[in-house]
Design a protein around this ligand. Structure first.
Ligand code: 13P
Length: 239
C-alpha cells in the first residue's frame, strides 16, 4: 500500500464518465507532476490499463469497485482485479453513485473492506445536500456517513476521506474557507483513530481557488472533477 505520509498533499483527478484514447495520450504528454505531491488519475475502468503511473508519486485510480469478490455478477469489477491492474486508489461512495445508483452506506463499507484487503486505498466520499446544510445538519450527516461507511479496519494509513458537499459539485459554488476548515477539523476529531487521516476537499475546485483551499491546515489535498479534464488547469491546481 502507498505510504501516504510521504506526501505533503494529495490531488485526485476524477474524470467521471469522460475521456477517450486520444484525450489520455495528450493528457499525459502535458501533465506536469511535482515530487512532494501525490497525484492520482481516476478514469473510467475501460481506460485503466492505459493510464500511466510511476512508483513515486503518480498513481492510477478507479472510480468504483464491486461489493463482490467473484462470481456471477455481470458487469462488476472486483478489488482484486483492480489490484492486478496496479490500481492504488479507488473512489467509493461518490455522491453521484449514491444519487444515481442508489448506493448505500452499507455497500460503500463493503467496497472499502474489499479494497483495503487488496491494498488499495479507498477514498470514501461524504457530503451533505444543500437542504441539510441550510438546516444546519452538515455535521450530523457527515458523522452518520463516516460511522456507517468506514470499516473497522480503516485507519489513517489505509483510507482517505473526501469531503464533497453535494451542492458544490459541478456548480461553481464552494463553502467558505472557514466552513471547509471547520468541517475537516470536525472529521479528524470524530474518532481518535482519525486524527491523522487525510481529508481531501472536493466540489468546484479550480485553479483560482485550489491554492487557498489546499493551504488550510486540515485540508490534505483536493478531489477535482471538471477542472481535472483540462490538463493545463489541473497542472496549475497541482503546482
Ligand atoms: P467538480 O470539481 O466538477 O465540482 O466535481 C467534484 C467531484 O465530484 C469530484 O469527485
Amino acid at each position: 500500500m502507498i505510504n501516504l505520509s510521504n506526501f505533503s498533499s494529495i490531488f485526485i483527478a476524477n474524470w467521471k464518465l469522460n475521456g477517450n484514447i486520444e484525450f489520455i495520450d495528450q493528457y499525459y504528454q502535458k501533465l506536469s507532476i511535482n515530487s512532494e505531491k501525490c497525484i492520482v488519475i481516476c478514469s473510467p475502468n475501460i481506460f485503466l490499463s492505459r493510464l500511466i503511473s510511476n512508483p513515486n508519486n503518480l498513481f492510477k485510480g478507479a472510480q468504483d469497485v464491486s461489493t463482490y469478490n467473484q462470481g456471477a455478477f455481470t458487469g462488476e469489477v472486483s478489488a482484486h482485479m483492480l489490484s492486478e491492474e496496479n490500481i492504488k486508489f479507488c473512489l467509493v461512495g461518490h455522491s453521484e453513485r449514491r444519487q444515481h445508483f442508489n448506493e448505500e452506506n452499507s455497500s460503500i463499507k463493503q467496497k472499502a473492506i474489499n479494497l483495503i484487503e487488496n491494498k488499495i486505498i479507498p477514498v470514501i466520499c461524504v457530503g451533505e445536500t444543500l437542504e441539510a446544510k441550510e438546516n444546519k445538519l452538515t455535521k450530523t450527516v457527515l458523522k452518520k456517513q463516516i460511522s456507517n461507511c468506514l470499516p473497522e479496519t480503516a485507519n489513517f494509513q489505509n483510507t482517505i476521506i473526501a469531503y464533497e458537499p453535494i451542492w458544490a459539485i459541478g456548480t461553481g459554488l464552494t463553502p467558505t474557507f472557514e466552513e471547509i476548515e471547520e468541517v475537516h477539523s470536525y472529521i479528524k476529531n470524530l474518532n481518535p483513530k482519525f486524527n491523522q487521516i487525510k481529508v481531501l476537499y472536493g466540489g468546484s475546485v479550480k485553479s483560482s481557488n485550489s491554492a487557498k483551499i489546499n493551504s488550510l491546515s486540515n485540508v490534505d489535498g483536493c478531489l477535482v472533477g471538471g477542472a481535472s479534464l483540462e490538463v493545463d488547469d489541473f497542472n496549475l491546481i497541482i503546482s
